[in-house]
Structures are given as structure tokens and as C-alpha cells.
Design a protein around this ligand. Structure first.
Ligand code: ZN
Length: 264
């Protein structure tokens, strides 16, 4: 082989690699464009954050926290999530005019509990794909006139699984009924079955009891939906007294559910 031929082969190899990189970039880019078009995602890098717009949301992401692929994924999930929660609730139980207002998301790095208030959601653990984004969307979109934490947290926990959100606290994708069965067996957690509102307060109860409260609430809400239907569940969600919706007391329903869970 002459020097020239060796050079030629090396050169071809180089060209091939350059083409490969070029095509991968095009494919990657076209995936963003596809996701962008399908979900109306617009992407803008600002000085301190990345700003993403979807049809129903405005997402502010801490700069340097997520790469472009991760940003498109969470934007797509959030948009899908809002539509799914909206469809689940239906017009009657929707608390926010989603054609007029968007939900604002702040996505940040760090160890904090995701939360929702007004029309704003703060999300942690997006990079780990554990962010309870559907849970928080439910808190904003479900109109809530009651004062019972078990039903508002229970609906959020249940729908986070049911509507295909990331595996998130408190159950991380595990079966709510199976986990509840284990909790009910534990003597030291029995008190949580009072479903007192204080169990959502991290300053007043242990982390274990707080998580137990969320899991039991999710399972109870799931039970009510499966046994009495979505309509009745959402009516209960909005009323101060559940007896007005079902001709049973809370204790009676709770007893039915405990029997159901214990016999799984
Ligand atoms: Zn919650």
C-alpha cells in the first residue's frame, strides 16, 4: 500500500465519522422538533434559566440542571399530565380555566418537597424521574371546597399512579393497596387510620407516619372510586360532609375499605 492509499483510507474513515456525528445530530434535533410540534413546546435559553412553553404550562428550569433531552421529556410529560388530569376531572370538577391560564412550573435542583399553590408548582427530583408532577397538577386542577386532607392528598397520590406519572413519593410506583395492607398490620401506625389532618404536617408527625397517611389515603380514594364511581368520589371531594353524597358515614366506608385491603 502506498502512503497515498493509507492516507485515503484514514481520510475516508474520518469523513465517515463526521457524517455519523452529523446524522445523529440531525436525528436528535428532529426528535426535539417532533416533540416540540406535537406538544407545542417552545424552548428558550435565558440568562439564569431555561424557559419552556407548552399549550397549558410555562416551565422555568434552573440553568445547568437538566440537559435538552431531559427538558423536552419533562415538558412533554407535564403537558400530557395536565390534559389527562383535565380529562379525568371533566368540566364540572375543574377548578381552573385552562384555556385562559397556564400552570407555572419551577424546576430546581436540591432536596426539597415538591409543592403546589395558586397556579404555581415547584418540582424537585425531575432529573431522577421521581417528580410527583401529576400529584401537584391534581392539587391545582381539582376544585376543592372540603377540609379533608385525606381526600385531597389521596386523590393526588392515586391519580399520580393511575394517570401514568413518574414513580413518586409516597409509594414510588408500588401498589397502594398492598402497601396499605402492610401499614394496617403495624401497631405503631394504627393511629394514622384516624385520617386526622395533622398527618400531612412534617413538623408534627414522623416521616413514617406522614408517608403512611399518604399511602392509606391513596388506597382509600382508589377504593371509593372503584366501588362507588368517579362521579361520587369527586362530589365527596367537593363537599364538607360526605353523607350528602353516599348514604354511609365515613367510618362505615373506612371499615369496608379496611376489610377489602386486609383480605387482599
Ligand atoms: Zn399533595
Amino acid at each position: 500500500m502506498t502512503l497515498r492509499e493509507v492516507f485515503k483510507i484514514k481520510f475516508r474513515k474520518k469523513i465517515f465519522i463526521i457524517w455519523l456525528i452529523f446524522f445523529s445530530l440531525i436525528i436528535l434535533q428532529s426528535n426535539y422538533v417532533k416533540a416540540g410540534l406535537q406538544y407545542n413546546i417552545s424552548y428558550e435559553e435565558k440568562q439564569n434559566e431555561v424557559f419552556v412553553n407548552t399549550k397549558h404550562s410555562e416551565i422555568h428550569i434552573e440553568k445547568g440542571y437538566l440537559n435538552k433531552k431531559e427538558i423536552y421529556e419533562i415538558a412533554k410529560k407535564i403537558e400530557q399530565g395536565i390534559v389527562r388530569v383535565k380529562d379525568y376531572l371533566g368540566e364540572e370538577f375543574l377548578a381552573m380555566d385552562t384555556s385562559k391560564y397556564k400552570i407555572k412550573f419551577y424546576i430546581r435542583d436540591g432536596n426539597f418537597i415538591s409543592n403546589a399553590g395558586g397556579r404555581t408548582i415547584k418540582l424537585s427530583y425531575v432529573k431522577e424521574k421521581n417528580a410527583p408532577y401529576i400529584h401537584e397538577i391534581v392539587h391545582i386542577l381539582a376544585s376543592y371546597n372540603g377540609f379533608k386532607k385525606w381526600i385531597s392528598e389521596g386523590l393526588a397520590v392515586y391519580l399520580n399512579d393511575y394517570l401514568g406519572g413518574y414513580p413518586s413519593p409516597p409509594n414510588f410506583g408500588k401498589d397502594l393497596d398492598e402497601l396499605s395492607k402492610e401499614i394496617i398490620k403495624k401497631k405503631e401506625l394504627k393511629e394514622v387510620l384516624s385520617f386526622n389532618n395533622t398527618y400531612v404536617n412534617p413538623n408534627m408527625v414522623s416521616q413514617e407516619k406522614r408517608m403512611a397517611f399518604y399511602i392509606l389515603s391513596g388506597s382509600l380514594v382508589k377504593y371509593i372510586e372503584e366501588k362507588y364511581g368517579k362521579e361520587k368520589l369527586l362530589k365527596m371531594y367537593n363537599s364538607i360532609n360526605i353523607n350528602g353524597v353516599i348514604d354511609k358515614s365515613f367510618d362505615e366506608i373506612k371499615k369496608e375499605w379496611i376489610t377489602y385491603v386486609e383480605n387482599l
